[in-house]
Ligand binder design. Sequence first.
Ligand code: PLP
Length: 499
Amino acid sequence: MEFIKYKSTRGKETGVNASEAILKGLADDGGLFMPEKFPKFDFSLEDLKGKRYQEVAYEVMKLLLSDYTKEELMDCIEKAYDEKFDTEEIAPLVKAEGAYFLELFHGDTIAFKDMALSILPHLLTTAAKKNGIKNKIVILTATSGDTGKAAMSGFCDVEGTGIIVFYPKDGVSNVQRLQMVTQKGDNTDVVAIHGNFDDAQSGVKKIFSDKEFANKLSENGIQLSSANSINIGRLVPQIAYYVYAYVKLLESGNIATGEKINVCVPTGNFGNILAAYIGKQMGLPIDKLICASNENKVLFDFFENGVYDRNRKFVLTSSPSMDILISSNLERLIYLSCGSDGEYVSKLMKDLSVGGKYEVTEAMKEFMKDFIGGFADEKKNFEGIKSLYDSTGYIIDTHTGVAFSVYEDYKNATKDMTKTVIASTASPYKFADSVLEAIFGQKQDMGDFEVIDKLHEIGAPDIPRAILEIKDAKIRHTRECDSADMQKEVEDILFNNRR
Ligand SMILES: *Cc1c(COP(=O)(O)O)cnc(C)c1O
């Protein structure tokens, strides 16, 4: 097996081991870590037929996490994908209306973030051990709703770690908010910020790049790390489920060996779809990557005309986890598309932070031609959810709904009948009021938990533990701050909270 090292998308940091990249989150030059090359699968997909999710995950992840021993990696995988998931399959593939829905929401917090965040704490604590880190590792995370809870759930009471989550006060669903503010654990903190997700994400990035602050923390035996999808430790585990889905399609005889599939992914920060793309580079037979956006359709416009422009109104939608105007992981694709030219990436990212936009060259556009952008507005999204329910009884959430609508559009426009895996990123229970509004054509005048019962009544599967848990849980987190004061808040939590 080839030994894979990592380098920064901005070119100044190279030769970094996987475990070091996971510990750091962001490279010193502000870039994101990328493998120096993509290893090819050293197994045949046929041979993975019948294997457990954990075994498939190991085969894929071992290729990219070269400095983890087999024992270390297996241990991380087994601890992550265990009874926390409500099905042994971990990520079941469900066929409905001619598409294959890859249900990535069977973990602790019923959104796809669990797929990566249930393993990240283990990868990170293993990395700390391997690298002789004695400091306490504090995770700072901005969330558009799902990452925060999934990260806290993963890091809750993990020795030697702490976690602070920032979420946009008015930008998350009720269930998402309740899940976060009731989070248990002595090492978890949650702060609502007066701003949107991009403000939260920019604030966190700013704290990370403050060297003086890092020194001050270091003097106190603390170092920061990130659980956001900029961390390569998030991206690598996500490749595994695309491989798993492909193997399931082989097993069921729905595709033949080597047959190409399309994937359609409801996208925000561009992490999930990028994982599929990396899988493709490693040997997974994927043809098109359909990138589905909601009304915040920066990515759609980008794939149309090569201009990334965040100068537009930020729209709050019923798919809040995709309400994002700065898709951080796109930087990784940009980097690949310009021939790994770190200086050029730095220039574009500077354009983005100064003027809010950048433009890529024709050659770069050509490089990205496997990506097809699409978007669905609220009306379209709701119509899609309803039509799928009416014709099959299958209930999808509002994020998956965006992907489903975009997929239907794509199919109608191109007549491309390639078998397609749609990443199903959240349980409908997490966004029950919007899902009911879609199905009944109007807002239901019901309380937070009545909508849950109603959804169950009309055919959604058993109410997940994640929902039952928050019903009577005590609210433990009430902090809020302006987005400009996030660093102060971190200091207060770390230094004045006697923690
Ligand atoms: C985070 C999230 C997304 C977007 O995923 P990215 O990797 O950020 O593109 C989509 N749907 C749900 C439910 C999410 O939680």
